[in-house]
Design a protein around this ligand. Sequence first.
Ligand code: NDP
Length: 311
Amino acid sequence: MTQSESPVDSHNFRTVSGKPLIVGTGTGTKWQWLKKGRPEEERTKLTQELIDQLLLALNNGFYHIDTAEIYTTHPEVAEAVEQSGIKREDLWITSKYNPYRNITAADALKTTLEELKTDYLDLYLIHTPFFSDESTYSIETAWKEIIDAKKQGKIRHIGVSNFAVQHLERIFKVSEPEFYPVVNQIEFHPYLQDQSADITDYCKKHNILLEAYGPLTPLFRIQSNEADTAEDPLRKVLPKLSEKYQKTDSQILLRYTLQRGYLPITTSSKVQRIRETLAIYDFELSAEDVALIDKEGSTFHFRSFFDGKFD
Ligand code: NDP
């Protein structure tokens, strides 16, 4: 199976130069926490470790970069892109509007483009639907500004992240079908198969591409005190599938993510894992094995992000 035949390619998203949208490399989580722990004046300093990691990913074949205002990693992305020598039109860069700050989407986008040293984003997402209760600035107002930015050519595609059905419906009410969100990036792995009620089916029905963050959660976020082997069902299943397909545990999980119709956003600092991540388009899990991961995974629940927001 080639990259262009990937199970989520039905949306036909392409870089400007025509490369299909494939698995993305993230710049959040680890880096976000790292910078938040620093004094304010040091947060804008470039993190060499992240530049090196991005360069490793870019030099080994990644061209889809996932960043966000809240991660404060735009400057490192710009630096790594420049150092890689890869043309802008060969890259897919996603960033996200942070609704927690007292700043409009239009203003935030201006700064984002400056920090990334680019004229356009391939994809711009509203990072979460959880806007401040104290502000009159709403999902609807932000979305209208994002539509305007798309009309001005500053954004190629527009979407959302961590949106539940009721949040998507609010957007549908205020926009023409031409400007409906085309992506919803949410937490997804076998232990969280629907971040919020019915979200997977709803997005598929409305032709919204699902992007999965945290797809490798079962491999490293479940601590032994939270689940022993008996409770953590994939610990028994993954080694068997790994043996059967001659692929690593993470490749099995990432391939499962793709076959469930989600495009994975993942990350690694290790060259071997980076290469393994890109090698998920040359094999296919049987429908029975996808169903097995679904079934075993659904016997255990784990949410890493936004706990309590969707219950
Ligand atoms: P993953 O679940 O893919 O986890 C990546 C981590 O897994 C890395 O730290 C990596 O460490 C480790 N890893 C990789 N392979 C293995 C393995 N075989 N065994 C054990 N550990 C492994 O993704 P993240 O949760 O980190 O998120 C990825 C991106 O998604 C973020 O950077 C961000 O861009 C986006 N995101 C978006 C959110 C949103 O609200 N929209 C929320 C959270 C994330 P190592 O370096 O050692 O390989």
